[in-house]
Design a protein around this ligand. Structure first.
Ligand SMILES: N[C@@H](CCC(=O)N[C@@H](CS)C(=O)NCC(=O)O)C(=O)O
Length: 236
């Protein structure tokens, strides 16, 4: 059994989707980062970075002590290795896969995250709409996010998934892609390849189940923000 500590966040969705896709036995514990639960001594012991998500695998493949993993890239890679699924084995394919996996984890996800973080759930904490500097910073982060979406769209022009078969690269990407509006993308018609991929991946039953994990916490967020976070337009 895997203990999974997360919340309704893009990074946590990566993990809940992977756990669902891999059909692993897991127990979810909500860590409400809006209420500061990531800073408790219990959670700090699980993840010294005081962030979600984190997993503790009580059935590691070597049969030894439980294994703790934090950082979504590490968690997805760990789960793919544990199960031998959702990742190519051939060294040549693996090199291409790693290239795109690290691009998604290190570049795509963070580029999307910054405008999302500035579009705070509570307008009084927003860093834009207040000063010219705030607006310029928001614009800078938004254009980097739009550019990252455009690069993924370009990559998907002649392929169904980001790298070979459906893999943890797609899972890492979809977790970050869902809150399009928060990330400065309000119209997918200019990104047709990304739109096709987004629709196909989001329709997967395991992805739907992954996005539903802990979603009762949605009630903690203002409606307009929750609706953008979950991209309610998609199902409308
Ligand atoms: N690089 C980390 C990022 C984790 C992260 O930023 N988690 C956010 C939620 S998406 C969080 O826990 N924020 C709470 C905080 O920073 O206080 C990963 O990939 O796991």
């Amino acid at each position: 059994m895997i203990d999974y500590f997360g919340y309704i966040t893009t990074m946590s969705w990566r993990v809940s989707i992977a756990l669902e896709e891999l059909d692993l036995d897991y127990r979810f514990t909500s860590v409400n980062i809006g209420a500061g639960e990531q800073f408790t001594p219990e959670h700090s012991a699980r993840n010294p970075m005081q962030k979600v998500p984190v997993i503790i695998d009580h059935d590691p493949v070597d049969g030894g002590d439980a294994i703790r993993v934090f950082e979504t890239g590490a968690i997805l890679f760990y789960l793919a290795e544990k199960t031998g699924r959702l990742m190519p084995r051939d060294p040549r394919e693996r090199a291409e896969f790693l290239t795109w996996f690290f691009w998604v984890v290190n570049s795509y996800g963070p580029a999307l995250g910054w405008p999302g973080a500035m579009f705070h759930a509570d307008p009084k904490y927003r860093l834009f709409d207040k000063t010219d500097y705030g607006n310029a910073t928001y614009e800078f982060f938004t254009s980097a996010s739009v550019e990252a979406h455009a690069k993924l769209d370009e990559r998907l022009a002649d392929r169904e998934f980001v790298c070979g078969d459906y893999s943890i690269v797609d899972i890492a990407a979809i977790g970050s892609t869902v809150p399009l509006l928060l990330h400065g993308v309000d119209d997918l018609s200019r990104l047709p390849n990304l739109a096709r991929w987004y629709d196909a991946v989001r329709r997967r039953p395991a992805v739907e189940r992954g996005l539903a994990v802990g979603s009762e916490a949605r009630a903690n967020l203002p409606d307009y923000y929750a609706s953008a976070l979950f991209d309610d337009r998609w199902s409308a």
